[in-house]
Design a protein around this ligand. Sequence first.
Ligand code: 3Y8
Ligand code: NAP
Length: 249
Amino acid sequence: MTHLLILGGTTEANALAKAVTAQGVPATYSYAGRVDNPRPQPLPVRVGGFGGAHGLAQYLCDHAITHVIDATHPFAAQMSRNAIAACRDTGLPLAALTRPAWTAQDGDRWQHVPDIGGAVAALSGLAQRVFLAVGRMHLEDFAAQPQHHYLLRLVDELGELPLPNCDVVVSRGPFTETDDRALMQRHDIELVVSKNAGGSGARAKIDAARALGLPVLMIDRPILPQRHELTSVTQVLNWLAHSGVNLGV
Ligand code: 3Y8
Ligand code: NAP
């Protein structure tokens, strides 16, 4: 009996959830539990960590999972590493549904940095008005550069803010270039800090920066171990069909 585990939390994971539900394939959607109100899904949802790679392997056995699709964000590196280890240990098939990294186009003024720490180091120097659109989990790292005025965009309100000089916008994507351009003009933004998330849900600020001629500190993705990677829902459905899943029941 087929039972998919979708490791979710992205636009692509949500599209996959709809597709497998439409095909009548039994599946469970998994959130880490990072935000207060994660988007509802059309299939059973579980929320919270598994307890490392071993906890995930145990979950896969306990819930008779037959296939794992890692549709997490490219920066969710620990989850992806755990999925590789747990599927290796249990012998279960794993495919990652990911999105190609963004590449600079004409007019882009990108400075690539290898990780969050590299972005913090690149912010040394005179005070600027910085759009820090990297979420909540790494904000404290930027307290090392308190001279800037930061515009933060968060999914949920934060009580304590680790940055002395900042404005906060509480808003979850997917975002649009028009709105991001207006936001950046309203706040006189001079520099954008972004993860190279890929996909469409987070790219609005990159397109807005190009249109406004603003520089971008682009944080490159963490390097992941080798795994079977797919870049569309159709490819995932084909992968499932080729591994014996009866689609369209
Ligand atoms: C909990 C689950 C959809 C999916 C929406 C995508 C697109 C909008 C853009 C900016 C960048 C950022 C952040 C972002 C985007 C999508 C997608 C994406 C970036 C939700 C969601 C969960 C999370 C977790 C959250 C992180 C944070 C990162 C905000 C749901 C809304 C910055 C990544 O407050 C926190 O703790 C937030 C934590 C991990 C990164 C960070 O370090 O803070 N995403 N985002 C998932 C879980 O619990 O398992 O409610 O949908 C999902 C989405 N966020 O179609 O609606 O697919 O990428 N998410 C980044 O890309 O830089 C915002 O502001 O421009
Ligand atoms: P991470 O650093 O790779 O994972 C840290 C731990 O969180 C994992 O080891 C696991 O805990 C738990 N976890 C992560 N994703 C999970 C999931 N989908 N289901 C169950 N547990 C999960 O992950 P992250 O960067 O914090 O991302 C967390 C979630 O936010 C993911 O769903 C991701 O797709 C989504 N998201 C992240 C970003 C981002 O910028 N990082 C952007 C958009 C969406 P255990 O070890 O206890 O199992």
